[in-house]
Design a protein around this ligand. Structure first.
Ligand SMILES: Cc1ncc(COP(=O)(O)O)c(C=O)c1O
Length: 342
């Protein structure tokens, strides 16, 4: 926890003295205990989340400003979101006019104000309008017509840039995305006749955003625990999440088999072994295959693995073991899967 606290402090110091606000992303870890500490950091505007189940956890934590950085296309999910305690200020993304109609109907039924953020695709090719899509104006018009919806801002997540290891390329890609997003926000603000918030960003672009002020908010997620993917970037955040594995067999030819696989660690990349001289080669369901040059690990030895990707790793577990002030306790991970019939 001390490492996570230092990361929280470093991110807060990055934006100190600027107009940029932090919006930590709950999806990174889904751990209320961690998020409580992140929300207490100076310069924090509220939290971001990716699912309605996560939004419910944030509401239960007492977070007063929750931005769902996703679209909703199912009236049942809209109703669930709008059933959260009324004191929570809710924001939702749209990138199609149809979503506005759905959200507007739900908001009217719940008699609840909802802040709407128009998502712009700035290069990730996931969610978001193309800037030139004529339906942007249609969606903005539809928001303005809905009595319970308020056009609040623009979402522009430069996910294609955040993990680029080459810092110049990362910053160039991000700066291009920010420039596009800034022009788009200004256009929508003119249509709306009032200032709009520009939100986006992530761990890998937080330094640039803090320095330029190009976005109003940083939706920083991974920074608090970090992972091996981000570890390659030389960012000012340290590893705070590890999986303890045991060497099931250490063979004389250097092969080592560990008892943690894709059911404990994200399978979209290889974890990093913290023991020097041990290199991870592959993951299967319940095993990690590694190789050691000299005998640093013997059968039965334990070692630490840093996951490749924090979000899907945390999503595999019910709880994390927190080490704090020389003591341990378990902290639940909540809001993972909402299993629903129908
Ligand atoms: C919409 C959105 N915002 C913010 C983030 C957080 O990014 P990071 O973990 O790089 O801080 C993500 C991560 O995928 C995201 O999808």
């Amino acid at each position: 926890m001390a490492a996570a606290e230092r990361n929280i402090d470093r991110m807060a110091r990055l934006v100190a003295g600027t107009e940029v606000r932090l919006r930590p992303h709950y999806k990174a870890h889904k751990c209320p205990e961690l998020m409580r500490r992140q929300l207490a950091a100076p310069g924090t505007a509220g939290a971001a989340c990716q699912t309605v189940a996560e939004a419910a956890e944030l509401a239960a934590l007492g977070c007063a400003d929750v931005l769902l950085t996703n679209q909703l296309a199912d009236p049942r999910r809209v109703a669930e979101l709008l059933a959260l305690p009324p004191e929570v200020d809710l924001g939702v993304l749209v990138d199609r006019p149809e979503q506005v109609d759905l959200l507007g109907a739900g908001a009217a039924a719940a008699r609840r104000r909802v802040r709407v953020f128009v998502e712009l695709d700035v290069g990730l090719r996931r969610g978001g309008f193309d800037a030139a899509d004529p339906d942007v104006a249609v969606a903005v018009g539809a928001i303005e017509e809905q009595p319970w919806l308020e056009l609040a801002g623009v979402q522009a997540y430069e996910g294609h840039a955040v993990l680029e290891p080459d810092v110049e390329l990362r910053h160039r890609r991000a700066a291009d995305a920010h420039a596009l997003a800034g022009r788009f926000r200004d256009r929508l603000a003119r249509l709306a006749g009032r200032p709009l918030v520009l939100t986006g960003g992530g761990t890998g672009t937080a330094d640039l955003i803090a320095a330029t002020g190009a976005l109003d908010e940083i939706q920083c997620g991974s920074y608090v625990l970090m992972d091996a993917a981000y570890g390659r970037l030389g960012l000012p955040f340290e590893a705070a999440l590890f999986c303890v594995a045991t060497a099931l067999s250490a063979h004389p030819d250097g092969r080592v088999v560990l008892d943690a696989g894709m059911k404990s660690l994200s399978g979209d990349g290889l974890p990093r072994a913290l023991t020097p001289g041990v290199r991870v080669l592959g993951l299967s369901d319940e095993h990690t295959r590694a190789r050691q040059a000299a005998t640093v690990l013997r059968t039965g030895d334990r070692l630490l693995l840093q996951p490749w990707h924090v979000d899907p790793t945390m999503n595999l577990h019910d709880a994390v073991v927190v080490v704090e002030d020389g003591r341990t306790h378990t902290a639940p991970i909540r809001g993972r899967h909402a299993v629903r019939a129908g």
